[in-house]
Design a protein around this ligand. Structure first.
Ligand SMILES: [Zn+2]
Ligand SMILES: [Zn+2]
Length: 134
């Protein structure tokens, strides 16, 4: 059976689900994530666009298009939380903070980060066992 992961925004107005194993799972240290999402680095699970389905509150989602890059932020109009964002490959990128919330503070093994990528662009050094790639 294909795994199905369910998520919602902070206020519950928006719900969505992702199907199957994520394409990528890890910590992204790239400049794009940092400037677009205002985070030092991003903890992500990413699925292809067709694997993500909005199940609740489609009309509550607002989309912010990056002025120059092929990146979008999808956020809840009611609570303001970014529910996912998209990148140049049009993947749907879900913060592991949403994963944690959905699973009572834990990240299931199959969604946990396997590596750090774009580590050469980092602004914070990470001291852990995971592989680090530029
Ligand atoms: Zn909300
Ligand atoms: Zn990134």
């Amino acid at each position: 059976m294909t795994a199905l992961y369910q998520f919602s925004c902070d206020c519950g107005a928006v719900g969505f689900e992702c199907q199957g194993a994520p394409k990528v799972r890890g910590f992204c240290h790239c400049d794009d994530c940092r400037s677009f999402l205002k985070v030092p680095y991003h903890s992500v699970d990413a699925w292809e666009a067709e694997k993500l389905k909005v199940t609740k509150g489609e009309d509550q989602i607002a989309v912010f298009q990056h002025p120059e890059k092929k990146m979008k932020r999808f956020f809840c109009k009611n609570c303001g939380e970014t529910v996912f964002n998209s990148n140049a490959m049009d993947w749907r990128i879900v913060s592991q903070l949403l994963v944690r919330r959905q699973n009572r503070g834990a990240i299931p093994d199959e969604l946990a980060s396997k590596s750090h990528f774009y580590y050469g662009q980092r602004i914070i050094d990470i001291d852990d066992e995971l592989p680090k790639r530029d």
